[in-house]
Every structure is written in structure tokens, then in C-alpha cells.
Design a protein around this ligand. Structure first.
Ligand code: IMP
Length: 196
């Protein structure tokens, strides 16, 4: 069975890929390279996703999928963007990031924002392929709901759905990550390349 490595330490993400690539041996990178770490020096989600997948594919000589994601806020000129995970500093948590976002948007009328997810697939000897999904909406003035992670409690979609109120399955159907995954799943040429 062809092995596919997921360059992420997140068990939820790894399980998502196991479901899609059921005919493949999907493993998390920490199982094979526990020390794997890449500095995310890119200025876009795409650049950072490619940095991770290419570094891992080179180190392992195996197909690797990585992802990079985050929140871009219009009134903040796209911030926190690629710095979403570390927005409030080195020891940032979801709570401190959300508190900082609310503080920066205090009194700001334009609350438009969107999430982006880029998946990068590097197959040794082939050019890296990327798939992107976005989810547009607005930043609330206070947290709403107890579900999700990251900035979910502060996000309402254009269709009026509170990400803090829905299940992860429901979120997978509408999210930036779900959309990027769907594009990858529909890329039949890629499945053929991986089976070779
Ligand atoms: P990554 O793991 O480097 O892609 O970091 C992504 C960061 O962006 C996370 O730590 C979250 O703060 C934020 N983020 C990405 N996707 C989502 C989402 O679906 N909901 C809420 N926050 C997200």
C-alpha cells in the first residue's frame, strides 16, 4: 500500500486524510520523524504549506501533504494572516489570540474577514500541487458558542452560521479546510499518480 505522510501533528487533520485516502497507508509525520519542524518563513499560506510539504518529502522520499491556514481581517489589512497561530505572541493561546482580535477591532465598523486553508501535496520527483479553500464572514463583538477551535467563537459566516455553534462535521461541509479537501479529493489525476 502506498504510504502518504501528513506533515501535521494534529490528530484531527490526520484522521480527515485517512478517510479520504482509504486505499493508502496514511501516517502522521511525528510517527516517522518525531523531530520534524519547519520554520514558517513564508508570507502567504501557500508558501508556508509548500515549505512544509517539500521539506518533509525531501527528508523522507515519500509523498507528503501539509496544510497551512489562518484568518485574514479586512480592517486589519489582512492580519493576523500567516501569523494567526502566534498573533498574541510566542506563548499565544486561542483565548489570548481572540482577546487581542477583539481589542484591535474595538469600535471598528468593518468586521469583514475570511479564513483560508491551503493544502500542498509534494510527490518526490513531481512539482508540488496546492489546493485552496476560503470561508468568508464577519468577526463578532463577543464570543458565541462553545464548539470549534481558534477563532471559531468569534466568527459568523456570510450565511449567518456561527462557527462556535456547529459540530465539526457540519463545519467540515462549509469550511475553508473542507473546500480545499474537496478540491484535492476531486483531483483524480493525483490519485493515479500516487498509485504508480
Ligand atoms: P496552522 O495550524 O499553522 O495552520 O495555524 C492556523 C491558525 O489559524 C490556528 O491556530 C487558528 O488560530 C487559526 N485557524 C485556522 N483555521 C481555523 C478554523 O477553522 N477555525 C478557527 N481558527 C482557525
Amino acid at each position: 500500500m502506498t504510504k502518504i505522510v501528513i506533515a501535521s501533528g494534529n490528530k484531527g487533520k490526520i484522521n480527515d486524510f485517512k478517510a479520504i485516502f482509504e486505499d493508502f497507508d496514511v501516517v502522521g509525520i511525528k510517527e516517522i520523524l518525531p523531530e520534524f519542524d519547519v520554520e514558517e518563513t513564508g508570507t502567504t499560506f501557500r508558501e508556508n504549506a509548500i515549505l512544509k510539504s517539500e521539506a518533509a518529502a525531501k527528508a523522507l522520499n515519500l509523498p507528503v501533504i501539509s496544510d497551512d491556514s489562518g484568518l485574514s481581517v479586512e480592517a486589519l489589512e489582512g492580519r493576523p494572516g500567516v501569523y494567526s497561530a502566534r498573533y498574541s505572541g510566542e506563548h499565544a493561546t486561542d483565548e489570548t489570540n481572540n482577546a487581542k482580535l477583539l481589542e484591535e477591532l474595538k469600535g471598528v465598523e468593518n468586521r469583514a474577514a475570511y479564513f483560508t486553508c491551503v493544502l500542498a501535496l509534494s510527490i518526490p520527483g513531481e512539482e508540488t500541487i496546492t489546493y485552496e479553500g476560503t470561508l468568508a464572514g464577519e468577526i463578532l463583538s463577543k464570543p458565541h458558542g462553545a464548539n470549534g477551535f481558534g477563532y471559531d467563537p468569534l466568527f459568523k459566516t456570510l450565511k449567518g452560521i456561527y462557527l462556535g455553534e456547529i459540530t465539526s462535521e457540519e463545519k467540515g461541509e462549509i469550511s475553508h479546510r473542507g473546500k480545499a479537501l474537496e478540491k484535492l479529493m476531486n483531483d483524480t489525476a493525483v490519485f493515479n499518480k500516487l498509485k504508480k
